[in-house]
Write a protein that binds this ligand. Structure first.
Ligand code: SF4
Length: 395
């Protein structure tokens, strides 16, 4: 992993983003674009740190999907790297060894002959913290501390306490169980920023394919169809916050971490390199039902899963902030086919009776007369949707 000196200062804002739920070829596209493994020696000790929270199946929104980690292993092997370890500790009260098995990691490790380390059973070394916060020292997994190259592979998902969890919070898994518990009794957000200043990954690949809507534990997965990679954890986490409907500066651990590096979290903007276009592959059926939980109407056209998922996260944020209304009628996707033309016609009638909100470039073009609130973007982030609606209602 990078040492603190090389990870301080100006963040690398570049982020490669693909819109697909398939690890292959998305992971390859991200890696070929950013070339993070180019300088890796074949002898390098590489650790891949996924987010393994619970003994849950891969599609439930809690854990990093193993297919994504497997794609990384294949690409590292193609580069000639042979010393690869997948390592994580699980959530409190769980067993990473068991979770590895249930989620599919044991199978991958056997297939590619990579080492699988349950960090809860690892040795630990103490390191002094470098930034202000509740801890003067932190204990870190020996496996992680000794590696030459650390790849952090978090899930982009909501968290019940910190609201967003991605690469910064995923680092908690490199500590012993007792210390992980102590974080929750301390100032959690500052403690995460302290940890992130101490453990800097060389590359972050974020799994935004099935992250959970409201909790780190999964159970309400939303298909966003996003896989994004970057060299800087701040860049990746700002993107994750925005994807889930938050301003990055409003997420305390991201803001603390940014400030510790001398970066204004409100001014920092990731630079997105979108490697493909969102596709029309539809989410699984239950997601359509998911919209019924909100006190507003959603009219779906032909929608890409990313746009669909971003609207789910935006509605959840607005529900929490109590800004949703029964008067609001959201339109999303295109209404171009013959079967959907009838829907478009209904949309026109609704426009007159309700507040019409067109989400994304397709809906903006399809809704007529023009929607009262139109959110541009292809796809628009959840944060952009929330801001557009809140700003229009504030007028
Ligand atoms: S605006 Fe249209 S094409 Fe773009 S992501 Fe949304 S539904 Fe897909």
């Amino acid at each position: 992993m990078r040492n603190a000196e090389t990870s301080s200062g100006k963040p690398d804002p570049n982020l490669a983003v693909t819109y697909s739920s398939s690890a292959d070829p998305s992971v390859r596209q991200v890696i070929e674009t950013l070339q993070p493994f180019k300088a890796l020696s074949p002898e390098a000790r590489v650790v891949i740190k996924p987010n393994i929270v619970l003994s849950r199946k891969r599609w439930l929104g809690a854990n990093t999907r193993p297919e994504i980690v497997e794609s990384l292993v294949v690409l590292l092997r193609e580069q000639g790297v042979h010393n690869i370890t997948i390592a994580d500790g699980s959530g409190i009260g769980e067993s990473a060894t068991r979770a590895f098995k249930i989620c599919g990691y044991t199978e991958i490790a056997d297939k590619h002959r990579v080492r699988l380390v349950d960090i809860d059973r690892d040795r630990f070394i103490e390191r002094s913290t470098l930034t202000d916060g509740p801890f003067s020292k932190l204990a870190l997994s020996q496996t992680v501390a000794d590696c030459d190259y650390l790849i952090n592979v978090p899930v982009i998902k909501a968290h019940c306490q910190t609201r967003v969890t991605c690469s910064l919070k995923n680092l908690k898994g490199v500590m012993p169980r007792q210390l992980k518990s102590s974080f929750h009794g301390a100032d959690l957000e500052r403690a995460i920023a302290q940890l992130a200043a101490l453990v800097t990954p060389d590359f972050v690949l974020a799994d935004g394919t099935y992250g959970d809507l409201s909790s780190e534990l999964g159970g309400k997965p939303v298909n966003l169809g996003i896989i994004a990679g970057g060299r800087d954890p701040l860049t990746v986490d700002c993107f994750a916050a925005s994807t889930l409907g938050f301003s990055p500066a409003a997420i305390a651990h991201i803001a603390h971490y940014a400030r510790a590096r001398g970066v204004d979290p409100a001014a920092f903007q990731p630079v997105l390199h979108e490697l493909n276009h969102p596709s029309g592959d539809r989410v699984f059926e239950t997601d359509t039902d998911g919209f019924r939980a909100y006190p507003c109407t959603v009219q779906l056209g032909n929608t890409c899963c990313t746009c669909h998922g971003n609207l789910r996260f935006a509605l959840e944020r607005m529900r929490e902030a109590r800004v949703l209304s029964g008067e609001d009628h959201y339109y999303i996707g295109s209404f171009g086919t013959a079967a959907e033309a009838a829907g478009e016609k209904r949309a026109q009638q609704h426009c007159r009776a309700h507040r019409a909100i067109a989400v994304g470039d397709c809906a903006r073009a399809a809704v007529s007369p023009p929607a009262e609130i139109a959110v541009p973007g292809c796809p628009p982030s959840a944060d952009a949707i929330v801001r557009a609606v809140r700003n229009a209602k504030a007028v």
